[in-house]
Write a protein that binds this ligand. Structure first.
Ligand SMILES: NC(=O)C1=CN([C@@H]2O[C@H](COP(=O)(O)OP(=O)(O)OC[C@H]3O[C@@H](n4cnc5c(N)ncnc54)[C@H](O)[C@@H]3O)[C@@H](O)[C@H]2O)C=CC1
Ligand SMILES: N=C(N)NCCCC(=O)O
Ligand code: NA
Length: 505
């Protein structure tokens, strides 16, 4: 057997170098597919947050910002492209680390690394384009004033992220914040931090100016909370649960600090009776079993037109049975383990509550019999669901799909919008006008037509209602880290003339 890959032992990445956590604490790294402890990560506390924020502050204003925050966009773009190139070079080892840390299939980690590279490259282009957008004039109905707009980096950004796409979720925040000219402190999830620490190593290799990006790993209350409430952090961007999002918003409110929140979801997928069943089934499967359903935009509520419901469910089960569930390193794996024991127990509880509330577990619901260790759960399909049940209302963040039938388009829309969340929504139908009507009717930040989950770096990403606010990716992702300044100039030779001039005497 091949020897197990080495897990790098890293410290906190602060001020351009490695630094031991002030209290000397470390946290175990658990591979959820084997339950083995495979390494450890530093556990930062408020003392370290203090040092990291000071490093970011210093990097923001060093030499009047000449080397970073006020440097030409092309300077920052060069570093973002260098980071992208290093990630490309290290793609297979980073993907392996991501899989060992999170349990996701290696093919998914590979695709995530491609997305990471694309995101750094995309924001490198936007950093360059930003200079050309400066001083855009405001049209005014008078001639004695001229106004224009400057877009300036907001300052030090605090970036707090989740474990479902460890390096990718960090990149969605790191790339645009750096492109904008901000400096940043990243706090990834304690459940999967390995690849984010490797990003620190990459920053050293490409010679990123010290303090521009700082990476501190550790627990939410110990490292995340002091970052979100820090008076010298000018903006907080967060991806994670709605509960933690509320805490972060409350902390930031004390400093009147802008936040963007990318929170949970319970997104619907509506399937009409005019579709190619197998094509639609594959999107339904992809929409909930990708990354074992640990996707904020997972289409976890399937709405089926009653005319095709039976046939659709038969095919859905057939496809679900055919999903390769295995060690995520095995070739062709399409369902790995979930992230942690805590998440595994939580998902099992959701399934047992659904059963006790009267729903039917049509398929799955248990540990796959051929896997004795690791936090694996079968792809699970739940029917006979009513809208008051927990499984309809709450985010599971696991491979669990609940299904309801509908008769009319308006009933489908009403069921789709019957949620406190508003991240994604999807519709599958051959009637394009109907798809467009539904796109307008869904209360969500993202709508997919005839598919589910494609995520494009150019397109805005984010939700409404309790899924949060603010948009990542695309040009919207850059705006998150910019502040708009108006500059207005009086350009008449005349005295202003509001006051009576005193006598000249
Ligand atoms: N929608 C999404 O993208 C995600 C949703 N979730 C949901 O959240 C549930 C719990 O998962 P967790 O890992 O506990 O997510 P979480 O929302 O608590 O963690 C996300 C990040 O916030 C940090 N954090 C935790 N408490 C904090 C605090 N008081 N102040 C500042 N930062 C803090 C964590 O360390 C982590 O980096 C999951 O079961 C899932 O349902 C989890 C992760 C992502
Ligand atoms: N890369 C893909 N497919 N999806 C990203 C989902 C991001 C999220 O769960 O917040
Ligand atoms: Na882990």
């Amino acid at each position: 057997m091949a020897s197990p890959p080495t897990i790098p032992r890293r410290s906190l990445f602060i001020g351009g170098g490695w630094r031991e956590p002030s209290l000397g604490r470390r946290l175990p790294v658990i591979n959820p597919a084997t339950e083995a402890t495979i390494g450890d990560i530093p556990s930062a506390t408020a003392e370290d947050v203090e040092i990291a924020v000071a490093a970011a502050r210093d990097a923001f204003s060093r030499d009047g910002g000449r080397h970073w925050s006020r440097a030409p966009g092309a300077v920052r773009a060069k570093f973002l492209r260098a980071i992208a190139a290093k990630i490309k070079e290290r793609k297979s080892d980073l993907a392996l680390l991501e899989t060992l840390d999170s349990g996701k299939p290696l093919d998914e980690s590979d695709a995530d690394m491609d997305d990471v590279v694309a995101c750094f490259e995309y924001y490198a282009d936007l950093a360059e384009a930003l200079d050309g957008k400066q001083r855009s004039p405001i049209s005014l109905p008078m001639e004695n004033f001229k106004s224009y707009v400057l877009k300036e980096p907001i300052g030090v950004a605090g970036l707090i992220t989740a474990w479902n796409y460890p390096l990718l979720m960090a990149t969605w925040k790191v790339a645009p914040s750096l492109a904008a000219g901000c400096t940043a402190v990243l706090k990834p999830s304690e459940l999967a931090s390995l690849t984010c620490l490797e990003l620190g190593a990459i920053c050293i290799e490409v010679g990123l100016p010290p303090g521009v990006l700082n990476i501190i790993t550790g627990l939410g209350p110990e490292a995340g909370a002091p970052l979100s409430s820090h008076p010298h952090v000018d903006k907080v961007a967060f991806t994670g649960s709605t509960e933690t999002g509320k805490r972060i918003m409350t902390a930031a409110a004390q400093m009147v600090k802008p936040v963007s929140l990318e929170l949970g979801g319970k997104s619907p997928l509506i399937v009409f009776d005019d579709v190619d069943i197998d094509k639609a089934v594959e999107w339904a499967i992809f929409g909930i079993f990708l990354n074992a359903g640990q996707v904020c935009s997972a289409t976890s509520r399937l709405l089926l037109h009653e005319k095709i419901a039976k046939q659709f469910l038969d095919r859905l089960v057939a496809w679900a049975k055919n999903i390769k569930i295995s060690d995520p390193l095995e070739k062709g794996c399409r369902l790995g383990s979930v992230i942690s024991e805590g998440q595994y127990e939580k998902i099992k509880k959701f399934i047992s509550t659904a059963r006790s509330e009267g729903a039917t577990i049509l398929y799955g619901g248990a540990r796959p019999q051929h896997l004795r260790r690791g936090f694996f759960i079968e792809p699970t399909i739940i029917t006979d669901v009513s809208t008051s049940m927990q499984i309809w209302r709450e985010e599971v963040f696991g491979p669990v799909l609940c299904v309801k039938e509908f008769r009319t388009e308006s009933e489908a829309v009403e069921l789709a919008n019957d949620t406190h969340y508003g991240l994604g929504g999807a519709v599958i139908s051959n009637d394009q006008e109907r798809c467009e009507r539904i796109s307008k009717a869904l209360h969500s930040g993202i709508v997919w037509i005839n598919c589910s989950q494609p995520t494009l770096v150019q397109a805005p990403w984010g939700g409404n209602k309790r899924s949060g606010f603010g948009r990542e990716l695309g040009e919207w992702g850059l705006e998150n880290y910019l502040t708009v300044k108006q500059v207005t100039k009086y350009c008449s030779d005349e005295q202003w003339g509001w006051y009576q001039p005193p006598s000249k005497l």
